[in-house]
Write a protein that binds this ligand. Structure first.
Ligand SMILES: Nc1nc2c(c(=O)[nH]1)N[C@H]1C(S)=C(S)[C@@H](COP(=O)(O)OP(=O)(O)OC[C@H]3O[C@@H](n4cnc5c(=O)[nH]c(N)nc54)[C@H](O)[C@@H]3O)O[C@H]1N2
Ligand SMILES: Nc1nc2c(c(=O)[nH]1)N[C@H]1C(S)=C(S)[C@@H](COP(=O)(O)OP(=O)(O)OC[C@H]3O[C@@H](n4cnc5c(=O)[nH]c(N)nc54)[C@H](O)[C@@H]3O)O[C@H]1N2
Ligand code: SF4
Ligand SMILES: [Mo]
Length: 884
């Protein structure tokens, strides 16, 4: 009998409900859970492709010690001994955990308890430092607690939605879909997008403000100063529930209007339009994400936004409030358990002696960390200079995602003892571990996650754990036990969740926002059946609303919120030597360091290479044409990526995605270029404002290849590998030509030494094509040219799955053109249905002039909808071209 399991998507903080179906033959398919309140059945391209990412390729299946297979007992004993040894010799602060918002709450709870309550150090930090810590710090300054006041529904109920530093269409696609649907139903609703780039999200914007990098504090200060002169200030609210308005207003009023224009890069009419919209619209939600948090002024940006909502009393009521969108599936759960180095469990404060005492009594622990631990950047600095002797990395890939990634890698390599718990055997970080511990992943693991709107949902297993892989909480509890600590005898995640719920309600009495006491006595069966719920849920009855602060009730001692004077930082980091601002972030179909989404051919087809978005005038200035390779350089490192010349990019800025790493490209780990500059309050790195220079990468030969087997890292100056149907596709470039291309192919694609290729060479153009067959199956084909290779990619990929019994067909392959019977679909636009740009263009030429018509004709954009903005762009482009 097929089984269906209700679970939660493991990617972004939207936290969509998923139904996973396993057929009798083991095949897995997923669909959106129509009953889950985050998505009501919707999924985005990444969620829809989940079933393609659960194969065991590359999985770490057994513990390893120094590269050899080991048993759990041996590995765990070694971890416990080495950690205990370091602590005995150098004290508790000589060890550290670096964990992740992709852990389940139960894993996270155990990690935090072990480090802070038993080891007695607060040296546990998480990739949420790179992600949410400015929001946490901003919330705590303003509200006295790390509280997200609103709910997703507020975006649908608002009359004005401001998206600042958020590429919602690509990064929180299901919230974007909900917003787009609400706007379609209520066209009076306005959307403002504030982003230096014209992203796909700006497609639904009534107003796009192409702000200068880090112009946000100035902009929201300008807004506050404007509001203060209007009738929009809610004086009753300000008087009754806040403190510090005068100081914040004074700070906000220091900037003249011309200075404001200069600092934000925005025109007078754009500014007036924005200020007027905010002033006139009561129901306004301001959503923000990494364009706000990842900045040297990130915490001030957060407070500058919150100030405007406090001043107008637009907070905690339906359709109103500041809204921090969390990135990872369990960024919010990590905050609940106190996974950051400067937090304690259950939203208690490490600086507060009463809180420390309360947590210690609850845990009955021998000790409790007395002060904040090292934040991520400082932690790796301490690893580098030898203060940290033992480090445990869990569910994160810092060699790719930390700023100054080269230095982070060197630090890890030099650390006397490094443990990595991951699902994969070879990640950029795992390759330097002394001990590798195999973790179970999505589909296997069992626990809870909390999404951006404080909704706790179950992730339920529907697959058996492969090999020896075990849960992260189990690994931690076993090490704790072996270090001699009691209090870690959990039989299942439900035991841990129950303890977490009891701590949330322990001596709480409404003094802390995070309270899920209603679940304090949860047993195994109730935990298994747990339906998604939003906190707070105190013992003895649900509150009437799960929104916060409509009637005050802040968590500072006097119950009032604080206005925080926000200071616009000087953030133009460019110089004559490094004249461009590098901005980094995400693309629609990849997740972070690609360990999972990189397995899906469909997801890899949308954008198959690392790239740099450059404005056409800048490209011209540096002599780079579209599709050339470009070398981007900062004082810390260089990357080689494909140039994507587009006027969606602002002049002076270059955008490179954060995803590519040494497993997928020759030199595209962009964090190797990012300096470890952090926000002074939150410690969050400024990953979106880096001074760089850029120049063409001089290649004498360009290549494209397809291979049935994953190639080993090719000998080439530039390579980028992507999963494709039936194998892999590889983009290549060479500074100098290779002498024997057939030999190069044999070693790169692991072909047998006596296999002879079918070849074609054009001396005049320099084109060369080689194809290797095994019977009627294509093993690998290489296409070379002096210019970027013009072969149709999807067509070439399709040859991996085609039969090549017919000799003529083999020659079409080396001729590098699709046959007349097989038109080239072009680069994938819709990954749900694998529809290419050429198919969409054909539909438009055939008379489909709306996104809906194109959808009817080709299916494109009819599932997750994340590509609708792109389809609209293609339609507009075709129609404009036809009108010329
Ligand atoms: N497809 C996909 N979705 C994801 C993820 C993923 O890896 N892939 N990761 C998840 C995670 S962990 C996170 S944290 C979220 C991140 O979600 P987002 O924050 O939406 O994504 P980013 O692309 O990092 O950055 C958002 C935008 O900030 C803009 N920006 C840069 N500098 C500034 C500035 O100074 N001011 C303003 N106002 N904007 C600026 C960038 O141009 C970019 O478009 O996405 C989540 N969702
Ligand atoms: N330049 C730049 N850098 C950035 C950002 C940016 O915008 N620009 N964004 C930052 C942000 S917001 C984030 S959130 C980080 C993300 O960066 P990372 O956390 O480094 O990225 P992931 O690829 O998600 O890494 C997760 C790792 O955990 C493994 N894994 C998955 N599930 C499990 C599990 O259940 N257990 C265990 N043990 N392992 C598991 C995966 O295989 C993978 O190796 O990057 C940050 N770095
Ligand atoms: S929006 Fe997409 S990635 Fe995010 S939780 Fe939903 S399905 Fe997963
Ligand atoms: Mo994130």
């Amino acid at each position: 009998m097929p089984t269906e399991t209700r679970t939660t998507c493991p990617y972004c903080g939207v936290g969509c409900g998923v139904i996973a179906r396993v057929e009798d033959d083991g095949r897995v398919s997923v669909k959106g859970d129509p009953e889950h309140p985050a998505n009501y059945g919707r999924l985005c391209s990444k969620g829809s492709a989940l079933a393609e990412t659960i194969d065991l390729d590359g999985r770490l299946l057994h513990p390893e010690i120094d590269g050899r297979r080991a048993g759990w007992d041996e590995a765990l004993d070694l971890v416990a001994t080495r950690f205990a040894g370091a602590i005995a010799e150098h004290g508790p602060d000589s060890v550290a955990f670096y964990v992740s918002g992709q852990l389940l709450t139960e894993d996270y709870y155990v990690a935090n308890k072990l480090m802070k309550g038993f080891i007695g150090s607060a040296n546990i930090d998480t990739n949420s430092r790179l992600c949410m810590s400015s929001s946490v710090a901003g919330h705590r300054r303003a509200f006295g607690a790390d509280t997200v006041p609103g709910t997703y529904e507020d975006l649908e109920l608002a009359d004005l939605v401001i998206l600042t530093g958020s590429n919602l269409a690509w990064c929180h696609p299901v919230i974007y879909q909900r917003l787009a649907a609400a706007k379609a139903a209520r066209p009076g609703m306005k959307v403002v997008v504030i982003d230096p780039r014209r992203t796909m999200t700006s497609d639904i914007a009534d107003l796009h403000l192409a702000i200068r990098p880090d112009g946000d504090v100035a902009l929201f200060n300008g807004l506050l100063a404007h509001l203060a002169k209007s009738t929009a200030i809610d004086e009753n609210y300000v008087t009754a529930h806040t403190a510090g308005f005068a100081e914040a207003f004074a700070a906000a009023s220091t900037m003249t209007f011309p200075a404001l224009m200069e600092r934000t890069g925005l025109g007078a009419s754009e500014l007036r339009q924005f200020f007027g919209l905010f002033e006139r619209t009561e129901k306004v939600v301001t959503c923000y994400s990494q364009g706000v948090n990842q900045s040297a002024s990130g915490t001030d940006k957060v407070n500058a936004i919150i100030n405007c909502h406090l001043a107008t009393g637009r907070i905690g009521r339906p359709g109103m409030g500041p809204f921090s969108l969390t990135g990872q599936p369990n960024a919010m759960g990590g905050r609940e358990v106190g996974g950051l180095a400067n937090m304690l469990a259950a939203h208690m404060a490490i600086e507060n002696a009463e809180d420390r005492d309360r947590v210690q009594r609850f845990w009955q622990s021998p000790t409790i960390a007395g002060r904040p631990g090292l934040k991520a950047v400082d932690m790796f600095q301490a690893v580098a200079d030898g203060r940290i002797k033992a480090l445990w990395i869990m569910a994160t890939n810092p060699v790719v995602s930390m700023p100054d990634a080269g230095a982070v890698e060197a630090a890890i390599r030099a650390c006397p003892f490094v443990v990595v718990s991951d699902m994969l055997a070879t990640t950029d970080s795992a390759r330097h571990a002394h001990v590798l511990l195999p973790s179970i992943g999505w589909g296997e693991k069992d626990g809870t996650v909390t999404n951006s709107e404080r909704r706790i949902s179950r992730q339920r297993p529907f697959l058996a754990a492969p090999g020896d892989a075990r849960a992260d909480w189990w690994q931690l509890a076993e090490v704790a036990r072996r270090m001699g600590y009691s209090g870690f005898d959990y039989a299942s995640p439900s035991d841990i969740f129950g303890e977490h719920a009891r701590l949330s309600t322990f001596e709480n009495d409404g003094s802390r926002d995070f309270d899920i006491g209603a679940h304090a006595a949860i047993g195994h069966a109730a935990y298994d059946a747990l339906a998604p719920f939003q906190w707070p849920q105190p013992e003895g009855g649900r509150p009437a609303t799960t929104r916060f602060f409509a009637k005050g009730g802040y968590y500072h001692a006097d119950g009032k919120a604080r206005f925080v004077p926000a200071v616009p930082a000087e953030t133009d980091r460019t110089s004559a030597a490094y004249p461009f601002t590098l901005n980094t972030g995400r693309i629609r179909d990849q997740w972070h360091t690609m360990t999972r989404t990189g397995k899906s051919a469909r997801l890899s087809a949308h954008i198959a290479e690392p790239f740099a978005e450059i404005h056409p005038r800048d490209a011209m200035d540096i002599g780079v044409a579209n599709a050339d390779l470009v070398e981007v350089e900062s004082p810390l490192g260089t990357a080689i990526v494909r140039a994507l010349v587009t006027d969606r990019q602002a002049r002076g800025s270059i955008f490179v995605p954060m995803h590519w790493n040494d497993q997928f490209a020759a030199k595209a780990r962009i964090d190797a270029l990012v300096p470890p500059v952090t926000d002074r309050v939150s410690g969050q790195p400024a990953s979106k404002n880096v001074a760089v220079t850029a120049r063409p990468f001089a290649a004498s030969t360009y290549g494209f290849a397809v291979s049935a087997q994953r190639p080993s890292a090719p000998e080439a100056d530039y390579w980028a590998i992507a999963r494709a149907d039936g194998g892999w596709r590889i983009e290549l470039a060479f500074g100098r030509a290779v002498e024997d291309w057939a030999a190069w192919c044999r070693s790169t694609f692991a072909l047998s030494p006596d296999l002879e290729p079918l070849g074609y060479a054009d001396r005049q153009t320099g084109d060369l094509r080689l194809a290797f067959f095994d019977g009627d199956r294509l093993l690998a084909a290489l296409f070379l040219a002096r210019e970027p290779v013009a072969v149709a990619r999807n067509w070439a990929v399709s040859q991996l799955s085609a039969e090549h019994g017919d000799l003529r067909k083999r020659f079409t392959l080396v001729a590098g053109r699709p046959g007349a019977d097989r038109p080239d679909p072009g680069a994938t636009v819709c990954s749900c249905f694998s529809v290419g740009v050429n198919q969409i263009v054909a539909a438009v030429r055939g008379g489909c002039h709306t996104v809906a018509d194109v959808g009817k004709q080709t299916n494109a954009g009819t599932n997750c909808g994340s590509c609708r903005a792109e389809i609209r762009g293609i339609i507009d482009g075709c129609l404009a071209a036809a009108a010329e």
